[in-house]
Write a new protein. Structure first.
Length: 338
């Protein structure tokens, strides 16, 4: 309860800007903040006018929402949109692994250069806190998407080195696969299951980290409260087997393997053993502390616990797993089984 009150105090009456605000995560974050944290203003920043039109109707033209059409590739537009903003959640990105392999320059322009624009604009305007969303694919990346997100993570952490001249603080949240997010495999499985065909499975051994959209939103809001600057927050979440997800979506379906796609991993990793010396466990999260943290007087929380030497956090070695029934229950609550 005390933590929730603290979070309310941070966001109460504040102004926030959310990049990628019309995406699956962005809309869920807007809804959560409007319902639970009473902001004075949310700047919903995205580049798709149709999605903004649909979102305005979805939120009933709430007067606390300011809809701004803009691309994170446009630094000047970001600066203009951030005036008077206290906090920024950076969720905009190009995310499709296959598309990234075929269009690397576009991913670099959005995920790297666009992220640098967000950081630069926040510093120029004097935003208090910035949280950037990352992905498990940024840990030891083998695909272009993951590589661009790793660079973006480094840009945001290093932005804290500007603290001598600016008060803005930056942190990163590294999440696994989010249920109901755009591009999820679930609608693909469901559509094939409706016509009674076997489900194509990349590899029957494949595992992934998994969390609900609501869990992801709450974790980001909590991280915004907890951050001092320079942290990379990783949630302690369960893993799931791809074959169990397929069974949850289409019970008793036949399955066949199609092999790994370009840039795809058999298992995902969120913390690499080489990061272990800088990792602490803090309740329901791990925190990868910046190696530069002494530059801005970062102090680990008193209740933080160190992790063992050589610690890693990989989806196939997790101590928490979702069963078929667990997955089906999650899908049922979100309407993904209909």
């Amino acid at each position: 309860m005390q933590q929730e009150l603290s979070i309310l105090e941070t966001l109460q009456g504040s102004a926030l800007l959310i990049t990628g605000a019309t995406g699956s995560f962005g809309k869920a974050l807007v809804r959560h903040i409007l319902d639970h944290h009473d902001p004075v203003r949310i700047v919903a920043y995205s580049r798709d006018e149709l999605k903004q039109y649909e979102a305005r109707h979805h939120f009933g033209d709430d007067s606390r929402l300011q809809w701004v059409i803009g691309d994170i590739r446009d630094r000047e537009r970001l600066v203009s949109a951030m005036h008077g903003v206290d906090h920024v959640v950076h969720a905009a990105a190009l995310k499709q692994v296959d598309a990234g392999e075929r269009n690397p320059a576009e991913f670099v322009r959005t995920n790297i250069l666009g992220s640098q624009n967000v950081a630069d604009a926040a510093l120029e305007v004097g935003v208090r806190k910035v949280v950037a969303l990352s992905t498990d694919k940024a840990c030891r990346p083998i695909n272009l998407y993951g590589a661009t997100k790793l660079v973006a993570d480094k840009l945001f952490i290093a932005a804290n080195l500007q603290t001598a001249r600016h008060q803005t603080r930056f942190a990163v949240v590294r999440c696994g696969n989010i249920l109901s997010s755009r591009g999820s495999v679930i609608p693909f499985f469901r559509e094939i299951g409706r016509v009674g065909k076997p489900l194509p499975i990349t590899d029957k051994r494949m595992t992934r980290f998994w969390l609900s959209l609501d869990q992801a939103v709450r974790f980001v809001v909590e991280s915004l409260e907890l951050m001092q600057g320079g942290e990379l927050f990783v949630p302690r979440i369960p893993s799931m087997r791809l074959v169990d997800l397929a069974e949850a979506v289409v019970p008793d379906a036949l399955m066949y393997e199609v092999g790994l796609r370009p840039g795809e991993k058999l298992h995902e990793e969120m913390i690499h053993p080489d990061e272990a010396p800088n990792v602490i466990r803090l309740g329901n999260r791990y925190v990868v502390q910046s190696t530069f943290s002494d530059d801005w007087n970062y102090r680990p929380p008193a209740d933080a616990l160190p992790v063992p030497d050589g610690f890693s956090y990989c989806s196939d070695q997790n101590d928490q797993w979702l069963s078929v029934d667990d997955l089906r229950s999650m899908l049922d609550r979100t309407g993904d089984l209909t």
